[in-house]
Design a protein around this ligand. Structure first.
Ligand code: ATP
Ligand code: MG
Length: 242
């Protein structure tokens, strides 16, 4: 397998098409996507419901296989990749799902700790300490031993954020991470992600409908009807008014 050259974009997508369904039911949902994201960049993707944002994010995250075009993550080609290669990609990034996808049979801290169990070098004590620390930062220090069904929607979403951030991944893919949060908690969550990105050189691709957080992006991209139709440096659009 090729090694990653650090001057290469962390995400490099060219001529990517994606279809759901087979035969007569086959429907194209992504059309000729071209996108490059550099290490350390925070990119926010917006666009109407049904435009293909989640679909694109799941392809970048190695959650679906596909056969048309090219999508390279850290130098690895995902188009036509095997199930094993996709599993490796999934392990190396932090994914925050639009529906939070917590394990209902595990407590809050067990849900977060689980994503560290894929990293053999971390001791059990450190796993617990790191899980606790990130949950405290996210305001869930009092809820460590609760089960998801006794949490509010926003609290569950914060657990999902903690789970994605706890292993300090190089790439964070976040699908509407602030959708169930009030203004203050939403802001806290994205600022925490931003801080992590800047401190550790991690890259973030975040999908949102939340206009209040667009300013944390270095770049905004816009999806419509399966096409990526605009890609701007943030300051071009959101330049501060004098
Ligand atoms: N598993 C699936 N099977 C068939 N079609 C699907 C599937 N998932 C999504 N689609 C279709 O693909 C298109 C893009 O969906 P996607 O979930 O990527 O949109 P989105 O931009 O994330 O929307 P939202 O903002 O509502 O989350 C939609 O037309 C949707 O109906
Ligand atoms: Mg979506």
């Amino acid at each position: 397998m090729q090694t990653f050259n650090s001057s290469e974009p962390i995400i490099s997508i060219s001529n990517l098409d994606y279809y759901f369904g087979k035969n007569q039911l086959r429907k194209q949902v992504l059309f000729n996507i071209n996108l490059e994201i550099n290490a350390g960049e925070i990119v926010i993707m917006t666009g109407p419901s049904g435009s293909g944002k989640t679909t694109l994010l799941t392809l970048v995250g190695g959650l679906r296989s596909f056969q048309s075009g090219s999508l390279r993550i850290l130098g690895k080609e995902l188009c036509g990749a095997s199930a094993r290669q996709l599993t490796q990609v999934r392990r190396s990034n932090g994914y925050i799902f639009q529906a939070h996808n917590l394990h209902e049979s595990l407590t809050v801290i067990q849900n977060v700790r689980m994503s560290l169990e894929l990293h053999p070098k971390i001791s059990p004590e450190e796993m617990l300490a790191r899980s606790k620390e990130i949950l405290e930062v996210l305001g869930l220090g009092e809820r460590l031993n609760y089960y998801p069904d006794s949490l509010s929607g926003g609290q569950k979403q914060r657990v999902a954020v903690a789970r994605a951030l706890v292993s300090k991944p190089k790439l964070i893919l976040a699908d509407e991470p602030t959708a169930a949060l009030d203004k203050k908690s939403g802001r806290d969550v994205v600022e925490l992600m931003q801080k992590l990105a800047k401190e550790q050189g991690c890259t973030i691709l975040l999908v949102t409908h939340d206009n209040r957080i667009l300013d944390i992006a270095d770049r905004l991209i816009y999806m419509e009807d399966g096409y990526l139709i605009r890609s701007n440096v943030n300051s071009d659009i959101y330049s501060p008014t004098p």
